[in-house]
Design a protein around this ligand. Structure first.
Ligand SMILES: [Zn+2]
Length: 463
């Protein structure tokens, strides 16, 4: 199985400038080849010349143009060959995606590729073979660039730069697992993204299962075959960051985007944003980056913790019922994508550790009593956190009842030898809440009906 290992790089100012230069040249090559591709496309339309199609529409057609371009533009030689090759392959891929869309082989139509602005997006440097063009010694990552002219000897010599991994190489990843390396820049920070191929561990048998009901209020509420109900809380930092992002965004949007008029050599004019707009925009990028990083850490920690305790995790196929709810579309969207990412993280951790990840069908799970299976017509109003079944009189916590229905559904498909059930009946014996404090998961007594009833240490026991 393949996964990505993304590590921040410590890069000095000189090396940063060199990497920027490499990225710019790769970007230039992409645009140069696109210029050719546009001309070839026009010619193909007029002539249907198969030789033109050979260059334009095959996997390696554009890549094969690189040697000739190197003759014409010697500065291309200062970039490592596989980085150049991948700039060409990326363009060919984009063209082929467009072709597939035209021939109806893709459901989503891809556009004909556009010229790339290096200033807007840093062109990543791709080394597509294992340890070719890059080398790791301790935490030092050496990168090969192309050839540079030696002023003294008049000959071209290979050039290298060295960077340093900001963290140690993680346990469980052998250097032999690395297949590719991509250098990317986000904001002012450089990262090494290693594509890693790892053997798939054997699946272990399933003993404990948890079904999770994702919702607006928390990341989710789960009930396990161990009789424990877990409320997984959303982290406080997301709220604080979101508020900060809103503030900076509204400040930025109050500035004029078109502020400085620049006349180009050819007489045309462009408008650049004001310094303040650019400064605020950079700050916004930085906040978004922090949000991504912190969210990733949070989701990984929660997923790892779940798989420490359970062999199988099933999450409801959450569909936000937006229907006119005024609680801020964007927040809801954020949470929706948070749950989407949570599912991906769980799936990833599951495969890595030989455990099981799956989803369950949430339709009707909130309004159906898990004790007598009576479905309340019209559903349960969103503000009701607790309700009583009109048919059998059972008292329910809204999310817990939904998760119980999920667990019952899951247990119809998953074989669990000793599930901790009392007889045939699923019961919740303990409630707890998980709160993420930035480092790990803190376990607290469970909340009932949205309030923590028992602040005493440990879990809340249910009689
Ligand atoms: Zn009932």
């Amino acid at each position: 199985m393949q996964s990505a290992l993304k590590m921040r790089l410590e890069v000095d100012e000189h090396t940063a400038a060199v990497l920027d230069g490499q990225s710019r040249i790769a970007n230039w090559l992409y645009n140069r080849l696109l210029e050719e591709a546009n001309a070839l496309r026009q010619r193909f339309r007029e002539t249907q010349d198969p030789e033109v199609a050979q260059v334009l529409y095959t996997e390696r057609g554009l890549r094969n143009r690189i040697p000739a371009l190197k003759q014409e533009y010697p500065f291309l030689r200062t970039v490592y060959s596989s980085v150049l090759k991948n700039a060409a392959l990326r363009l060919s891929r984009a063209i082929r995606e467009y072709q597939k869309g035209r021939h109806g082989k893709r459901t989503k139509r891809a556009h004909w590729p556009k010229f790339r602005s290096w200033k807007r997006k840093w062109f990543s440097l791709q080394y597509d073979e294992p340890w070719k063009g890059y080398r790791l010694e301790g935490r030092t990552l050496n990168l090969s660039l192309g050839m540079a002219l030696n002023e003294v000897t008049g000959k071209r010599q290979p050039v290298h730069v060295s960077t340093r991994l900001a963290e140690p190489w993680p346990d469980g990843f052998e250097p032999g697992m690395v297949r590719q390396l991509r250098i990317v820049k986000e904001g002012q920070l450089f990262y090494a993204v290693f594509t890693v191929e790892r053997p798939v561990p054997a699946r272990r048998s399933v003993r404990q299962v948890i079904a999770i009901d994702p919702n607006h209020k928390n990341l989710g509420y789960g009930v396990g075959t161990d009789g424990v109900a877990t409320e997984i809380q959303n982290p406080w930092f997301l709220k604080i960051l979101d508020r900060r992002i809103d503030e900076v965004k509204s400040l930025r949007d109050r500035c004029k985007r078109k502020s400085v008029r620049v006349i180009r050599e050819d007489g045309s004019e462009v408008w650049l944003p004001s310094r303040r707009w650019r400064m605020l925009n950079e700050r916004l990028d930085e906040l978004w980056r922090v949000r991504r990083e912190q969210t990733k850490g949070y989701l990984r920690t929660v997923a790892n913790r779940l798989y420490q305790e359970y062999d199988a995790v099933f999450v409801g196929d959450y569909m936000p019922h937006g229907g006119g709810i005024s609680t801020g579309m964007r927040r809801a969207m954020n949470n929706q994508s948070l749950i989407g990412r949570f599912k991906k993280t769980l799936a990833w951790v599951a495969v890595r550790s030989g455990k099981v990840y799956g989803e369950w069908d949430e339709a009707g799970s909130t309004r159906t009593c898990h004790v007598c299976e009576y479905a309340v017509p019209g559903g349960i109003a969103p503000e009701l956190r607790e309700w009583t079944c009109p048919a059998c009189g059972a008292r329910h916590l809204r999310d817990e009842n939904a998760a119980m229905n999920g667990l019952a559904q899951v247990l119809k498909t998953v074989e669990v030898p000793c599930s901790g059930r009392l007889g045939d009946k699923l019961v919740v014996r303990t409630r707890r809440a998980w709160r993420f404090d930035g480092l790990g998961v803190q376990e607290m007594p469970g909340a009932v009906g949205g309030r923590v009833r028992d602040h005493a240490a440990g879990r809340q026991e249910i009689k």
